[in-house]
Design a protein around this ligand. Sequence first.
Ligand code: SPV
Ligand code: MN
Length: 627
Amino acid sequence: MSTKSPTDVLKSKLDAKNFANLMAIANPKLHAYVADAIELCQPDSVWVSTDSPEDVEYTRTMAARLGEEKPLAMPGHTIHFDGMEDQGRDREVTKYLVPPGQTLSKALNQMERQAGLKEVRALMAGSMKGRIMVVRFMNLGPNNSAFSVPCLECTDSFYVSHSLNLLYRLGYEEFKRLGAKAEFFATLHSAGKVDARMTSAEPDKKRIYIDYSNDNVYSVNTQYAGNTVGLKKLALRLSIRKADREGWLAEHMFLAAIKGKGGRKTYLAGAFPSACGKTSTAMLPGETILGDDIAYFRAVDGRCMAANAEAGIFGIIQNVNSKDDPAIWDVLNKPGEVVFSNVLVKDAKPYWLGMGVEPPADGENFSGAWTKGKKDAKGAEIACAHKNARYAVSLKALANCDVDLDTPAGVELQGILYGGRDARAYVPCQQSFDWQHGIAAYGASLETETTFATIGQEGVSEINLMSIQDFVAIPLGKYVQNNLDFAKKLKKVPLVFGVNYFLRDDQGKFLNGMRDKHVWVKWMEKRIHGEAGAAVSPTGLIPLYEDLKPLFAELVGKDYTQADYVKQFTIRVPENLKKIDRVEAFHKAEADACPGVMAVLAAQRKRLLEAQKQWGDYISPEKLPRQ
Ligand code: SPV
Ligand code: MN
């Protein structure tokens, strides 16, 4: 522990201007935090961003000058590379620091707090020698709103600072306004030792530790934004705890407005695990987007109000092409501020997988100089771009950005949807019988497969409840219970839907087309307004053929046949019974067996068994009674 006061530490490292900018925020806790970060990481100097246009520009300039980003041919576009072993969120080294006497669910990666602090602080000691520490003030949720959560990030990466500018609301003025009242989340990040390409050079010493009892996060020896931009998944973990304390919800959900009859707008939120169709559902042509990753919900006068915690998109850039994702394609192909990461670059142009353009046979990618056929250390061929390559862009740069993105009151939510990666059981789209059924049977039963968005083996089946399991920093059962209880605060409860874009037939062929999701979402919009019927299946209320046929014609240009409908919506009783067994076993063993969930699953099993007795194993939707 230092003998110097925080003010003395700050005075010794900050020049007069930066010192004044920091002190303009009257928050002693914040001063002490920055002083501790300085003493620990020992940067050469400290830069405090005030969010002025010059400061925003300085971040851009420094990211380029230090080689963390390189300019691309298109004005405003840059490329950033992360190291070979730093291409996604790293579950193994991301841990909650649990104080003595507390426990978290078994499914959550955790360690004893003191031991964790000792380990991560030792790795960060002196980590910023020779570098500048950047101090950033940001805000989650719209500024000056009940949703706002002030956040501080100290980092030695101007790429991280640049990402903050694109993805979040600037918060220096908010911090000044709040002064000592700001209860802020704080992230301390250091890229650690870097190589000549400015990528973190010691991946074996990568650690992302969440000291939740203090609302602090440590991140070291990594650059990948999902591990380093504190306001993203690291703050989501802290937000879930804050929401638990204060009686609201922080969710891993997109937020979008769907147009309907007479131009009405209906707001939907949706949870999908990474790489399961979330951004493309939030970006359907003709609709408007408020967010693609993290939403906050609050009950206000009995209504469910929602806001995007973020203000930009850190999106996967695999299979983004002009046909399937026109709005994203547009922004990635015109001048404007975009940071690409881990794509292939040749002649200052970016190339990615599934772009619809033949990539060049050489260039620079996340592995350095790349030529087709290049192998990694294990002998596996390195693709031209990483599957988890990303782009960062401000939502306001999108032509389809919703006008209410920054509205302090948020927007009124009328529906939520949960989508997994379930090859076997759930139909492509259904509505729950009520809120409890939806939360338990769709959200808390969400099955998926691991994808490239996290480091490790792909294609392993797992349960990822509400697609948020990696980020739940309270006991899982408590998190689910909070979701179940939330409806009690509402007079108008949003409808809950389940979608599954990954159902396959017995030959392994997908039963959904890429664009079918637009039909499901428009059907939901009609259900919300009482303009579509439904059949009652054991797992939920399913669409009627006559409502889907015109939607397919209008939105997909497809002649949707009765046979297509039967294939997609046949209830597979044995597969659904097995699904319940898996989900129940998971909740019993790992997720504290929330009683509300167990009761809903038991009732669903009973309905399935009764239906099986009446109609057999595979039930055509035409046989089911109408609502
Ligand atoms: C996800 O993987 O769910 C993301 C990107 O949204 S990350 O920042 O890596 O979490
Ligand atoms: Mn996400």
